[in-house]
Design a protein around this ligand. Structure first.
Ligand code: NI
Length: 198
């Protein structure tokens, strides 16, 4: 296991614990804590069009933060999302938009995302933006990311550390539940079916 994987696991653990705490305490205070995951964003999609959180209202969002150069974790998560969606009826799939938000906007341009999302669900939307826009978006989702410290600061061939959570948001843009890249497509599909319908 490489150092960045250890860091990633640790970070993922912390984020899951934080989310669990929000859910637990959120329920105790009238659900206010739940609303603290997710929020407004203003980004650019893989077609180069501006997109805000409001453009996704009326449909569920299945959101994952990662980067296209990720060697293993991101493709696994996006594949699981794609397979889980594939297990739902076409009518149900239309109610959910899978969204991939890059945490590596320097390399993940709209063009790069356009080529990448083609590997996954046909309705998947890739989102990028300025470093500031991405940082803001990650913050409202409580997603951690940072460049892996590999001693090659000048290299363009670098890895990113990031939390690995798949968020399910409802048609009003509110947090419903989350999964990880380790959640099986079957489990994810089962939960989606329960929330969204068969
Ligand atoms: Ni990744």
């Amino acid at each position: 296991m490489r150092i960045y994987q250890v860091v990633l696991l640790a970070v993922t653990g912390i984020v899951i614990a934080a989310i669990a705490a929000f859910i637990l305490y959120g329920n105790g205070t009238g659900g206010k804590g739940v609303a603290s995951i997710g929020g407004p964003f203003s980004l650019t999609d893989h077609k180069g069009q501006p997109k805000t959180d409001k453009d996704f209202r009326g449909r569920y969002m299945l959101i994952y933060f990662g980067y296209t150069y990720c060697p293993d974790v991101c493709p696994t998560a996006l594949q699981s999302m794609t397979q889980a969606m594939g297990q739902l009826a076409p009518e149900t799939q239309k109610k959910i938009t899978p969204v991939f938000i890059t945490i590596d906007p320097e390399r993940d341009t709209a063009k790069q995302l356009n080529a990448y999302v083609e590997n996954f669900h046909p309705s998947m939307v890739g989102l990028t933006g300025t470093k500031e826009q991405i940082t803001k978006t990650a913050r409202v989702y409580r997603v951690y990311f940072g460049r892996a410290q590999d001693g090659q600061e000048e290299s363009t061939d670098y890895l990113m550390d990031h939390s690995s959570i798949v968020f399910l948001m409802n048609p009003d843009g509110e947090y419903v539940t989350h999964f990880t890249h380790a959640t099986s497509p079957e489990k994810m599909a089962e939960r989606l079916a329960k929330v969204v319908g068969r």
